[in-house]
Design a protein around this ligand. Sequence first.
Ligand code: ADP
Ligand code: MG
Length: 401
Amino acid sequence: MITNGFNIKTIDEATIAGKKVLLKVDFNVSLTKKLTIADDARIRQALPTIRYLLNQGNRLILVSHFGRPKERDSHFSLKIVAEHLHKLLPKYKVTLIDDFLSRKGKKEIAQQKKDEIVMLENIRFYKGESENDPGFAKELASLADVYVNDAFGAIHRPHASVVGLPKYLPSYAGLLLKEEIEMLSQVIKNPKKPLIAILGGSKISTKINLINKLMELSDFILVGGGLANTFLAAQGINIGKSLFEKECLNVAKDIITKLEEKHCKLLLPEDAVVGDPNDLGKQSMVYKIEKVPQDDSILDIGPETQIKYGAIIHKAKTIVWNGPVGLFENPQFRHGTDYIYYAITHTSGTISIVGGGDTLAAISKKEYLNKITHISTGGGAMLEFIEKGTLPGIEALKHVS
Ligand code: ADP
Ligand code: MG
C-alpha cells in the first residue's frame, strides 16, 4: 500500500508472475531537429518497472502516447522509441504493433515470445483514447491479464489507457508512479519547514490554482519569469514591453491581497536583466525594477534578486521549483535560472523537488542533478498533484485493487 493514505497496490507488493501485463508508460520524449531522441530520460525512468516485471517472467505490452496527433500520422510514430528501448534492453526484441485492433496486430500480440516486448503504436492515434471510450478500453484490456500504470506524466489525463483500463483488469502502480506519489505527498502532507516554492515560466494563468495551494503550504514563494511580470504590473510598476497577462492583473492583485492574511511571503524581483527578445544582437542590461526602460523587456532576474532568493533558498528544508525565471533559451538570459539551480543543489539537508518540461530542459546538461531529491517526470501532472492532492489516474487505481 502506498503510504500517505493512497489505497492502491504497487507491483512490488503483489505477485505478478508469468502474466501478460499491459504497462502504461510515458515515452513522450522530445526530439531534436534531426528527429533523434533529444533526451531519453523518460524511457530510462520506466526501466526499473520494466525490468522488475520482466524478471518475474511476465510478457509486457507497452502503451504510450507521443506528441499530440489528431489522427494516425507517421510523424508521431513510436518507432524511434521502440528502437531505442531495444538498445537499452538488448536481450529483448521490441516489436512495434502498427494497429493492435487489426487481425495482423492481434496475431502478433498473441504470438509474443518470452524474450519479446510488445509496444503498441502511439495510443493517441485512436480517438477512443482521449474520449475514454469504454469499448476501446475493453479492446485494450482484452490483450492482457494485468494492468500496470507507471506513466506519472500522463496520470492527470482522463483517457482510456489511464482511467478506463482499471475497470476491466486487476490494476497496480509501477515503481516510478509509486516514487512520484510518495515524494510529492511529502510536500503536500507533511513538509519540513521552511518550505520555499520557486515559480517561474511564462504565464501566471496556467499556475493560479497552484499558487493558491502553495500559499497554504509555503513560507516563501519566490517568483520570476513572465509570471513575475504580471505581479509587478498588478502593483503598478512599469514593466516596459515585458511579457505579461493583462487579463490576469486582477487575479494577481487578488493573490497579493490573500497573501496578507497568510504567513506566506511572496517575493518579486527587485532588479532585472533587460533586453529585446526579438533582437538577439542587442546588449542586455541590468536595471532596478522601477527603472526598466519603456522600450525594453524584463527577460531574467537580476543579480540582487539572485542573491536575495539564494539566501532564502539556503534556509529551506523543503524546496519546490517549477519554471525558468528567465528566457533561458537565450544564453544572455539564463543566468538567473542557473543561479536558482546552483542554489538548490548546493543547499544541504533539504528535500528538493523539481519539475516542468522547460525547467528540466533548462538544467538538463548540468552536473548536479543528482543533488536534487526528486526530479518529477510530470510537468503538468506534478503541478496538478500538488494542487489537488490526487489525480484521475491514481483514483482509478484505487477502487479496483
Ligand atoms: P515549465 O514547462 O517548466 O512548467 P513554463 O512552460 O511555464 O515552464 O515556462 C517556460 C517558458 O517561460 C520558457 O520558454 C521561458 O523562455 C519563458 N520565460 C521565462 N521567463 C520569461 C520572461 N521574463 N519573458 C519571456 N519568457 C519567459
Ligand atoms: Mg512548458
